[in-house]
Write a protein that binds this ligand. Structure first.
Ligand code: ADP
Ligand code: MG
Length: 450
C-alpha cells in the first residue's frame, strides 16, 4: 500500500522536477519506512541523502501528505549493504561537493531545515534555545554536557541539528559528530563484531563536539552504556563539548547507570516544556509563510491558524503535518484554505487531539508514581504519604481538565469542593519551596500530556 503511494508520488515528482533530476535523485531512493511522522529512505551515500534532503524533501513531504501519510520530516540512511538498484549519479546533474569536515565521521545526516532561523522561540523553549545558541557559538566550554530533555516533538532534534549547522558554518575546522544513541550502539556493536573497537574508540575520542540524540535508548544496554561512559569521560577530560538529548531528565531514566546519571547532571540540564498556544501559533505562522511562497496564490482565511493552534496541542510534528496536508490538499483542489476546509481535511487529526484527559487517568498515574493504591487515592485515609499524592492529583485534575471543583470532589470519593480547593492551594504553596514536589509535578504533567 505504502509502495503504491510512493509510486504515485514518484510519478508526480517526475513531472514536477524534470526527467534529469528525477533519474539522478529520486529513482535511486528506497522508501524504507513511514512512521511517527518520518519518511525514511535508503540512499547510496551520505552526500546523496544531504542533497535530496536539501532540494527535494519538501516536494516529497507535500506529496506524501497529499497521499494521506502524515509525515513532517525525511530521513536518509545509508544501509550497511550497498543498494543494488542504486544508479550512479549522472555527471550532468552532479553538484559541486560541499566541503564536509565530518566526511569520515560516522554521524547521521543533518536535516537542512533544522536551523536556528527556522526555530520559533517561545516561553516553553527559550532556555533550551539560549543554551543551544551558546554551545553553537563554539567558544570555551562553560557547561558540559548540555543535556536537553522533553517530550516527543518539542524540538530537541531540531536544536541539536541547528547547533551542528551553526558550528560547521562558523568553525569549519571543528569535527562535529551528531548521531542518535541508537546509531551509537549500532556502530559500537559493529565495531565489536568486526574487531575494530580501537578504531571506534579513536574516532569517537577525536571529535571536538559530540552530540547524542535520544540517549534514553541505551538505558539497560550494558556494554553500550559502558562504552558511552568512557567516551563521555574521555571527551570531558579533553574539554570537548558534549550535547545530549533524552525524553526525560537524567535522574528519571530507568536502567541508566548511576554514574552516567550523575555525570549528566554535572552539566547544564534544560527541559523543553510542552508548547503553549502562542508558540504553536508562531510555528504555524512561520510554516504558513513558507508554504504561501511555495504555493503561490494560495489564500488562507483569517482564523484558520488560530483554530489549529488551539485544537492541536499534542506535539509540533503533528501540527506541522496538519499544515502540510492542508496546503497540499488546498492546492490540489484549488480552493482557499477556510475553516471548513481545515475541519474537513483534518477531521482525523482533530478527532485524535480531542481526546480529553480524564480525572481517572490522572489518579492512576499519580498513584503509580507515588506507589500507592488507587483505592487509597480515593478513599478516606489521611496519612501524609497518601494525602499528599491525593492533593497532587486534585491539583492536576484542576489544572489539566475542564472539570469544576464539585465534579472533581465527586471523583475523589465524594469529597466536598472546599476540600479540593484546600488541596489545590496546598500544592501551589508547596510547589514554590519543595523542589522534589515541583519536579514530580513536571514529570507527571509531561506523562499525562504525552
Ligand atoms: P524531538 O526531537 O524533541 O522529538 P523534533 O526536533 O524532531 O522533536 O521536532 C519535531 C518537529 O517539530 C520538527 O519538524 C521540528 O522542526 C518542529 N519543531 C519543534 N519545535 C519547533 C520550534 N520551536 N520551531 C519550529 N519548529 C519546531
Ligand atoms: Mg528527536
Amino acid at each position: 500500500m505504502t509502495n503504491d503511494a510512493w509510486g504515485r508520488v514518484r510519478e508526480t515528482l517526475a513531472k514536477r522536477i524534470g526527467k534529469n533530476n528525477y533519474t539522478s535523485w529520486i529513482e535511486p531512493l528506497r522508501l524504507s519506512g513511514l512512521s511517527e511522522g518520518v519518511a525514511r529512505f535508503e540512499v547510496p551515500t551520505t552526500f546523496f541523502g544531504d542533497w535530496v534532503s536539501r532540494n527535494f524533501s519538501d516536494h516529497i513531504l507535500t506529496l506524501l501528505n497529499a497521499e494521506g501519510h502524515e509525515v513532517g520530516r525525511t530521513e536518509f540512511v545509508v544501509p550497511s549493504r550497498p543498494i543494488e538498484a542504486a544508479k550512479p549519479v549522472r555527471a550532468a546533474a552532479k553538484p559541486a561537493p560541499r566541503a564536509r569536515v565530518d566526511e569520515e565521521l560516522p554521524g547521521a545526516t543533518l536535516d537542512a531545515r533544522f536551523t536556528f532561523d527556522s526555530f520559533v522561540v517561545g516561553k516553553p523553549n527559550e532556555l533550551a534555545h539560549a543554551a543551544a545558541r551558546r554551545v553553537a557559538e563554539g567558544g570555551p566550554v562553560t557547561f558540559n554536557p548540555l543535556f536537553l530533555y522533553g517530550g516527543v516533538g518539542l524540538g530537541k532534534t531540531h536544536l541539536m541539528h541547528a547547533i551542528a549547522h551553526e558550528l560547521q558554518a562558523r568553525q569549519p575546522h571543528l569535527r562535529v559528530l551528531y548521531l542518535s544513541a541508537e546509531q551509537f550502539m549500532y556502530r559500537f556493536v559493529q565495531a565489536l563484531r568486526d574487531k575494530q573497537i580501537m578504531d571506534f574508540k579513536e574516532i569517537f575520542r577525536s571529535v571536538d563536539v559530540l552530540m547524542v540524540d535520544d540517549v534514553q535508548f541505551i538505558a539497560g544496554k550494558d556494554s553500550t552504556q559502558e562504552e558511552f561512559f568512557h567516551t563521555f569521560n574521555a571527551l570531558v577530560d579533553q574539554n570537548k563539548q558534549i550535547v545530549i538529548s533524552a525524553d526525560r531528565a537524567p535522574g528519571e531514566i530507568k536502567d541508566l547507570e548511576d554514574r552516567i546519571k550523575s555525570r549528566m547532571q554535572c552539566g547544564l540540564v534544560v527541559d523543553l516544556h510542552p508548547t503553549d498556544y502562542e508558540l504553536r501559533l508562531g510555528i504555524l505562522q512561520q510554516k504558513a509563510e513558507y508554504y504561501r511562497n511555495q504555493y503561490k496564490g494560495l489564500a488562507i482565511s483569517g482564523g484558520v491558524l488560530e483554530f489549529l493552534a488551539h485544537r492541536i496541542t499534542t506535539n509540533v510534528r503533528v501540527l506541522e503535518g496538519a499544515l502540510t496536508r492542508l496546503f497540499a490538499f488546498a492546492s490540489l483542489v484549488g480552493r482557499e484554505i477556510t475553516l471548513e476546509l481545515a475541519q474537513d481535511c483534518l477531521a482525523d487529526i482533530l478527532r485524535a487531539s480531542d481526546r480529553k484527559l480524564t480525572i481517572e487517568e490522572i489518579q492512576r498515574k499519580v498513584s503509580e508514581h507515588y506507589n500507592i493504591r488507587l483505592s487509597d487515592m480515593i478513599g478516606p485515609k489521611r496519612l501524609r504519604n497518601i494525602a499528599r499524592p491525593r492533593q497532587v492529583a486534585m491539583y492536576l485534575a484542576k489544572q489539566l481538565t475542564p472539570r469544576s471543583l464539585p465534579e472533581i470532589g465527586r471523583r475523589f470519593g465524594g469529597r466536598d469542593h472546599t476540600t479540593i480547593i484546600h488541596g489545590v492551594r496546598k500544592i501551589e504553596e508547596l510547589m514554590t519551596t519543595d523542589s522534589q514536589l515541583s519536579d514530580d509535578l513536571q514529570l507527571l504533567r509531561r506523562l499525562l500530556q504525552a
